[in-house]
Design a protein around this ligand. Structure first.
Ligand code: ATP
Ligand code: MG
Length: 476
């Protein structure tokens, strides 16, 4: 028997959040007075029950976009069209932003890339076409009647994802929902119900009708989630990753008995988790670029693997090859040029540190490392440190110490170079003009005096430096 009733504690959480948006009761009343229905739906209901922060406030209504605008007018400081053809109007009330969408009915033409929108008449139908039962709960306004037709509460308790209708039907309507399953699994640390996993596996190839942009958005949300590895494993195990990120399952290299090497796939997932643990060095975080780079850093390995006599295996130039593969894939997924360049820089440089040995680099090699990393240096530090997955504690500790030392050398060089870039407040020409002297020894002495002054007292500005210069010259 489904529960379908909130515990007093869950009810309290929902009430507290609705109370915090006090005008919602009036807004709900206004819709009712106009002969319409208004409900909070989806994400905010789910997140209130789970006691997670609410991302955005979504509502569903019988009203059309024009009617929404008219009825919500008195509570609207600003409004925008989220796409009128999708029936969504965004409104701002003070610091609160709401999205109100007209009820929908089955609005997908199987086989087409773009959903075609048909408005529906009932909340029940609207909820039944949502992706997962945990996202298909609603709270009617102003009554605060809780609606859970598909066992969403039970699923939240069991930490699982099920579809309101048969998963095959749901995923036929919109194959992107299979990626959304992985995304919510990663965000909520949920599992997918067996029949959902089964449908994802048998229907993975249907993803081919989904646009790259929609897939990328879900991939990003999966990567930026609290448990990306949960979502990524699901994408790989069901074959979905093979559709949109085939380089990832390709990392599962068959290991033969004679040529032992680490499982590159498992290694990459550990590197991702270790990079996430080091993300506190970055602001803002979570950081998509470092997560993409950690996941993809070894994607050049399958292509470059060579078995050698004597049972060793090599992956020569997998950094360069990997950067090329990453560029191609990230472009296909329509990432911005900036993200593509940053991830590829990191993939290409992830091995450089291995030439550092136990500190053999010259200062110029250290400088080149810094220069080539450019503005990705901090992320490169994270990636390189995360890329150590040896179980040998002593080896891991040694690598970490060596990298500490490299970072210290970078800091020392940076400071020295900043100092060497310091110039006095006046240049040689100005000195000669102010003191009315010809080029020669005295100019050099004056220059060194000004440089000392600059080092002692920081920048003085032209006027003060001129004063000081004149005083120094007169006292000689
Ligand atoms: P988030 O916290 O990331 O915003 P969310 O649950 O609000 O999570 P959205 O992508 O914003 O997720 O979608 C809002 C709601 O719309 C979902 O909760 C779900 O009910 C429904 N929804 C969104 N996309 C789909 C889809 N492709 N198929 C079916 N229902 C969907
Ligand atoms: Mg949302």
């Amino acid at each position: 028997m489904p529960t379908n009733t909130l515990t007093p504690q869950q009810q309290q959480r929902i009430d507290a959040r609705l109370d915090a948006l006090g005008f919602l009761t009036e807004l709900g009343q206004a819709f009712t007075d106009a002969g319409h229905e208004l409900s909070v739906v989806g994400g905010p209901v789910r997140d209130a029950v789970l006691d997670r922060p609410v991302n955005d406030w979504d509502f569903a209504t019988t009203a059309t976009p024009e009617q929404i605008e008219r009825i919500a007018g008195p509570w609207t400081d600003a409004s925008w069209d989220m796409g009128r053809e999708f029936g969504t109007i965004g409104i701002r009330h003070g610091r609160h932003e709401l999205e109100i969408t007209t009820y929908r009915s089955d609005d997908y033409d199987a086989g087409s890339r773009k959903p075609t929108v048909r408005f529906g008449d009932t909340l029940d139908t609207d909820l039944s076409r949502r992706d997962f039962a945990v996202n298909a709960m609603a709270i009617r306004l102003p009554s605060r009647e809780f609606v859970d037709l598909f066992g969403g509460l039970d699923d939240l308790a069991a930490r699982r994802l099920r579809t309101p209708v048969a998963p095959e039907v749901s995923f036929s309507d919109d194959p992107l929902r299979m990626m959304r399953a992985a995304r919510f699994a990663a965000q909520l640390n949920f599992t997918v119900a067996p029949e959902v996993r089964h449908a994802m596996t048998s229907m993975a190839s249907r993803l081919d009708i989904v646009s790259a942009e929609r897939m990328r958005i879900e991939l990003d949300k999966t990567l930026l989630a609290a448990h990306p590895v949960v979502g990524l494993r699901l994408l790989v195990d069901t074959g979905l990753a093979g559709q949109m990120l085939p380089e990832l399952p390709a990392l599962i290299l068959e290991r033969d008995e004679h040529h032992r090497h680490k499982d590159v796939y498992e290694h990459s997932l550990i590197v991702l988790e270790q990079a996430i643990a080091l993300e506190e060095r970055l602001d803002p975080r979570p950081d998509l670029v470092v997560r993409l780079a950690a996941l993809l850093h070894d994607i050049g390995k399958p292509k470059t693997r060579r078995f050698q006599d004597g049972g060793t295996v090599t992956f020569h130039h997998h950094d360069v090859v990997g950067a090329k593969l990453a560029r191609k894939r990230l472009r296909a997924l329509r990432y911005s040029n900036e993200v593509v360049d940053q991830v590829c820089t990191l993939v290409e440089l992830h091995l450089r540190f291995h030439g550092y040995g136990s500190g053999e680099w010259t200062d110029s090699a250290v400088r080149r490392y810094v220069r080539d990393a450019g503005d990705q240096l901090e992320r490169l530090h994270i990636l390189t440190r995360a890329d150590c997955t040896t179980r040998n504690q002593r080896k891991a500790a040694r690598l970490q110490r060596t990298y500490d030392e490299l970072e210290a050398r970078i800091a020392v060089l940076a400071e020295a170079e900043e100092l060497s870039a310091i110039r006095p407040d006046l240049d040689g020409m100005q000195i000669m003009e102010i003191l009315q002297i010809e080029p020669g020894r005295e100019v050099g002495e004056a220059y060194r005096f000004l440089l000392d002054l600059r080092m002692d007292r920081g920048p003085l500005g032209e006027a003060q430096a001129t004063e000081a210069l004149k005083a120094w010259f007169a006292a000689r």
